[in-house]
Design a protein around this ligand. Structure first.
Ligand code: FAD
Length: 407
């Protein structure tokens, strides 16, 4: 097996962003002996006070990368998902130990734990406090400006791993619509809850959802969202329309108001919010997926960011990185970029469509017909995420041409 160094395919590569995509690419390039720089705008290791759900294909990618052990068993294995209405009554459950998932692992973990695992061995390599500010295409490369002058100049390849709201995309495709907003406000929180005894649970209302995944026996990861009405206001499920209102700057108040009529474990969870850090966000997707433009490659959310409703963001970022590194190890840069796009385009577009599709079944207001159809579909065909995972499990995954040296 010949690697880039041995074949004389050396080049200057800079990765923008040290999230899941950037770090996993850095790991693969290191394994293939390919030099790179990696910059991250955060002043230090990113603090990520929320959880992340990693279905079987993300777990598989971490194992292939040899970093699953670095999670040090600080995660929650799950094998069953329960779907309920807002009162907590079960609508449907899905078992994840049956075909096509035999021998697969599904986990929920603190995102911080995942990023720490992905940073293994890269601690001194990441240039923090360094933000990309501009890009300019040159004949055989690309010139960048960033906040660390020592890194400014021409590179053979920039890899944009800077998320859905990628600055690299914005600069490169100036004037084009970069993201599509789904008019959904969401919140993520990690909650200390000793001996909670809960299993993963999705509680689904007509315009809102409250999703609970344990990450350990005494910590829960909760994700909650609500749709905006066309007038920009929010309606709480089960609430009278006149109670709708604009969001408060206080995320805790929003959660308590919007999910006030939820049952099951939600009232207890809301009463325990205390000073937990609640991360507010909006659901957005990349308007037009893109894998490369001349000598800029896009990976992870920068390439195809989409809604998290089938929990495929991490798996796609990890698979993009493996695929791009694999191609760069074997081919000249331009050819490698075309190979990367050809191998990843179809699958990521299918997954991005499946991720955004559940957003269609909402926003008719409490009791709407769409919600009725949604419950029926859930009962008949199972949850959207599990149906998507089944399809992914039966697809032929992209196979690496290389084995990493040392693996
Ligand atoms: C609410 C929510 C819940 C989610 N839940 C799940 C889940 O359960 N499971 C799952 O698999 N996925 C989930 N996702 C998706 C998942 O988080 C993303 O797909 C994943 O984080 C993508 O990683 P990334 O590295 O591509 O981008 P990001 O994680 O966004 O990382 C980008 C990095 O680039 C840095 N950066 C940005 N701009 C610059 C710049 N100009 N210069 C330098 N650095 C820069 C940022 O600081 C950041 O560190 C969720 C997403 C959201 C919004």
């Amino acid at each position: 097996m010949q690697y880039r160094k041995e074949t004389g395919l050396t080049s200057r590569i800079i990765i923008v962003g040290a999230g899941i995509a950037g770090l996993s690419l850095a790991q693969w390039l290191t394994r293939f002996g390919i030099e790179f720089e990696i910059i991250e705008q955060s002043p230090s290791e990113r603090r990520s006070p929320h959880g992340i759900v990693l279905p079987f294909n993300a777990v598989r990618e971490l194992k292939t990368l040899g970093l699953f052990e670095q999670l040090q068993e600080e995660y929650f294995d799950f094998w069953k998902l329960t779907y309920c209405g807002i009162g907590g009554k079960e609508i449907k459950s899905a078992i994840l130990t049956q075909a096509p998932f035999e021998n697969e692992q599904f986990i929920a973990v603190r995102e911080q734990q995942l990023l720490t695992a992905l940073r293994t061995g890269l601690e001194k390599k990441i240039r923090y406090n360094t933000r990309l500010t501009d890009v300019d295409h040159e004949e055989d490369g690309v010139r960048i400006s960033c906040t660390n002058e020592l890194l400014n100049g021409e590179y053979d390849l920039i890899v944009a791993a800077d998320g859905t709201r990628s600055q690299t995309r914005l600069k490169n495709f100036e004037g084009q619509t970069a993201v599509q907003d789904h008019h959904i406000s969401c919140w993520r929180v990690l909650l200390n809850y000793p001996e909670h005894g809960l299993q993963p649970m999705h509680m689904i209302g007509p315009v809102s959802q409250f999703v609970i995944y344990p990450v350990s026996n005494d910590t829960l990861y909760c994700y909650a969202h609500v749709h905006e009405a066309p007038d920009g206001e929010h309606v709480a499920d089960g609430a009278m329309l006149e109670e709708k209102g604009r969001l408060s700057p206080d995320p805790k108040e929003n959660l308590r108001r919007i999910f006030a009529r939820y049952g099951g474990p939600v009232p207890e969870i809301l009463s325990r919010l205390g000073d937990a850090a609640i991360i507010p966000d909006r659901l957005q997707s990349v308007a037009e997926p893109c894998f490369f433009d001349r000598r800029i490659a896009f990976i992870g959310d920068a390439a195809h960011g989409c809604s998290p409703l089938i929990q495929q963001g991490a798996a796609m970022a990890l698979a993009d990185s493996r695929c791009l590194a694999d191609a760069l190890a074997m081919q000249q840069t331009d050819q490698a970029l075309a190979t990367y796009r050809d191998r990843r385009e179809a699958q990521t577009q299918r997954i991005a469509r499946a991720s955004d599709a559940p957003l269609d079944s909402v926003l008719t207001g409490p009791g709407g017909m769409k919600q009725l159809f949604y419950s029926l579909k859930l009962r008949l065909f199972g949850p959207d995420n599990v149906r998507a995972w089944r399809r992914i499990a039966t697809e032929r995954p992209f196979q690496s041409a290389n084995k990493s040296p040392g693996s």
